[in-house]
Design a protein around this ligand. Sequence first.
Ligand code: HEC
Length: 128
Amino acid sequence: MLRASLPTRLTTGALLCAAVLASGCAKEEPASRVSGGDPERGRLLVQQYQCAACHFIPEVQGPNGDAGPSLESMGRLSYIAGSIPNQPENMIRFLQNPPAVKPGTLMPALGITDDEARHMAAFMYSLK
Ligand code: HEC
């Protein structure tokens, strides 16, 4: 009896594992996606705002300044500016007004609109 039901249990177990794995992956994804954000438009905006004056940013032309950290792995860092959880809404707020999110930070507010910040954030999450 036990032997007969074993394969069934194994199959059920395997299906459950697959389901858990699938939902696990789905849960990690949203952090790297910004709704309404277009990474390519973001890249062009980052270039236009001359963010590379202070940052090294892959695929963006500029002096690759070193006043700010390199943004080459921004998409997989856990924190923004060392202390803010790296999630889309936080990234958008930080890009628009860094000192409001992290008092005392040396990154200035550059007058970026909500839409522009959304596209820039999408581009930030493409950097890995
Ligand atoms: C005047 C120099 C300067 C300019 C211009 C500037 N930044 Fe920054 N940025 C900084 C500094 C300094 C930090 C570090 C902030 C901190 O840790 O408090 C920073 C931090 C960041 C971070 C977090 C990096 C990390 O490793 O956590 C991101 C993302 C970022 N900047 C994106 C941008 C974007 C996009 C632009 C253009 C819209 C831009 N920056 C323009 C100086 C600048």
